[in-house]
Write a protein that binds this ligand. Sequence first.
Ligand SMILES: [Zn+2]
Length: 97
Amino acid sequence: MEFKNDKYRKSRGGRSRFLDIRCRKCDKHICVYQKDGPGNLRRMYVDRINKPAVSILKKELVCPNGHLLAVKAMYEKEKRFAFRLFVDAVTKKIIKK
Ligand SMILES: [Zn+2]
């Protein structure tokens, strides 16, 4: 898996990492996420989600056991769809940087 390298990555300083994203309640794998730049993970841009274990086409992001994790919304500044994560809904572990 390679990092997507585009204007969004560059605008965040050009550093990225892959995160293993899991449901905090049940530890089910959700996806591998490319996080660009520093800061907490508050939203997951749809175009940075790799290998999703659940549907990312719906409005809500739900783990395989039915826990609601995030809601999709347009990030207006960039006209990019993102899932806004609920606080402490997921765990993340760096798998590549
Ligand atoms: Zn769950």
